[in-house]
Design a protein around this ligand. Sequence first.
Ligand code: MF3
Ligand code: CO
Length: 293
Amino acid sequence: MNMAKQIGRNEPCWCGSGRKYKVCHASFDEKIHSFEEAGHIVPPHKIIKTPAQVEKIKESCVINIAILDYLETVIRPGMNTAEIDKIVYEMTTERGAVPAPLHYEGFPYSVCTSVNEQVCHGFPSKDVVLQEGDIVNVDCSTILNGFYSDSSRMFCIGDVSPEKKKLVEVTKECVEKGLEQVKPWGFLGDMGQAVHDHAEANGYTVVREIGGHGVGLEFHEEPWVGYNSRKGEEMLMVPGMIFTIEPMVNMGKQAICTDSHNHWEVYTKDHMPSAQWEIMVLVTEEGHEVLCW
Ligand code: MF3
Ligand code: CO
């Protein structure tokens, strides 16, 4: 907020609106500053999106949603996860976009496909053939004209055991409970605690090490979004912030391990199933808007 303090009241606002600071974001910054003075973590300007940026990000989200919607209609027992990777690559590039995971920090595929005890960052492979009873997370991320979208869904392959089905459903509910807490001038910890409480109430655990993130202008922006936080803690939420809610919920213990060869694929240590849903949410003046799911 020190930066904001230096803008003259008659100078152009930092948001790029072209309006004078005093009639644009001056009181907004004052309000944020008062939370900072009270000891809270507050968002930097660079993660607060302008309406024009939000529109561009939404265009990216349209592609991400279309891909997941399509996969929902074709995913079935006998399909291998390399086929999913191919569909994601083709649908993305046909629309003039780029799959965000491809070559991201060396990630070699266009999408993450994580089956059963795989927690996240699963490598698509022709050797991973989806079987009746599997649960799989497909995590899709798109870059369109430099703007990012990111969301993931669970798919139940054929008939799935009641235990696994419940894990998938409760994990989705966790995201919904978290989402209810997203509103301006609340805290990310309000969301985190709601997610965690619901998972725990169902006898599940939530992965601690990997969380959600700010997104839109980059793939992974501030803040890091965890679920072991408490109400009233973590970053203040303000209109214009966009972040993901993407808890990884384990049927067994919360401990995870990473593949020692590829350093990407994450598994539950106890080999019990894990589920994840990811949405992208915009904090608005009134509450929130889900941009991608
Ligand atoms: N899509 C993942 C997320 O939700 C990011 C995976 S990084 C990748 O943040 F390189 F594996 F794509
Ligand atoms: Co994400």
